[in-house]
Design a protein around this ligand. Structure first.
Ligand SMILES: Nc1ncnc2c1ncn2[C@@H]1O[C@H](COP(=O)(O)OP(=O)(O)OP(=O)(O)O)[C@@H](O)[C@H]1O
Ligand SMILES: [Mg+2]
Length: 248
């Protein structure tokens, strides 16, 4: 049997006296769209940061396709086909949509030599054009990111993560603060990408639109620990989950 595309075991992370993540373990298999939900402050972003090398966990291991990637830098993970978005937008507001996407591609793929001596777009232009078209941003291709709506910027942010040519993408609240039309559009694009490329997603987002019809499986965190795991139907009617949200 193939190893899970992502395997997280016993991750722990504290900030001073606060135990943000307490012994979290889970596996994600190729092609899954896993939802990671939980009340504010339950440790979701910290867990992502431990998985992706932005933070060094106090304990635990992370494997991608069976390979131990604990301690790897985010750029090294990118090269293994792991993309991510942050909870906060990371687009460059003065640059055009196209240039933002090229820059993301260079970060993911380009070596320093390629950046210094290669073509200005490091040969990424065709892929960038494909990504712009896939996310239906063509009419905004030459617009500076700072003048897009917030929802359009979130979409651009997601498109940038896909420039890793990813096998696995972790998205931290990609639909936070966007309107319903944009939300439905993002969901539909993630489903399409998953169907076309068998790309695996782990998504932090508890909007009902995603919970009901995007996720193939859901993990619920509360106070840094997993309190439930199951299908959307199982999670929606799980009393422990309902209590955690009401108490949170
Ligand atoms: N850099 C940090 N320094 C100190 N404490 C932190 C830091 N990052 C997170 N925390 C704390 O760790 C806990 C988990 O925070 P985290 O941001 O991971 O939660 P979250 O589930 O992503 O919340 P939200 O839904 O609000 O995004 C919180 O108590 C938070 O205050
Ligand atoms: Mg968060």
């Amino acid at each position: 049997m193939r190893p899970p595309i992502l395997s997280v075991s016993n991750i722990e992370k504290s900030f001073g006296g606060i135990k943000a993540v307490r012994g979290v373990s889970f596996d994600v298999h190729k092609g899954e769209i896993l939802g990671l939900i939980g009340p504010n402050g339950s440790g979701k972003s910290t867990l992502f940061n431990c998985i992706l090398g932005q933070l060094v966990p106090d304990a635990g291991h992370v494997r991608v396709n069976g390979r131990n990637v604990s301690g790897m830098r985010p750029s090294e993970l990118n090269r293994l086909g792991v993309g991510r978005t942050f909870q906060q937008l990371s687009v460059f507001p003065q640059m055009s949509v196209f240039d933002n996407i090229i820059l993301a591609g260079q970060e993911h793929r380009g070596t320093m030599l390629l950046r210094l001596f290669g073509p200005a777009d490091a040969g990424l232009a065709p892929e960038a054009e494909r990504m712009i078209s896939f996310f239906r941003l063509t009419h905004l291709r030459d617009t500076v990111a700072g003048s897009l709506s917030y929802g359009q910027q979130k979409l651009l942010d997601a498109a940038m993560a896909f420039m890793a040519g990813p096998a696995l993408v972790l998205l931290d609240e990609p639909a936070g603060g966007v309107n319903l039309t944009m939300l439905a559009h993002l969901k539909e694009r993630l489903i399409a990408y998953n169907a076309e490329h068998d790309t695996t997603f782990v998504v932090i987002e508890h909007t009902m639109e995603f919970v009901m019809s995007l996720y193939t499986r859901i993990i619920v965190l509360a106070e840094g620990a997993i309190i439930a795991e199951g299908t959307p139907d199982e999670i929606r009617s799980n009393q422990t989950v309902i209590d955690a949200y009401l108490g949170g």
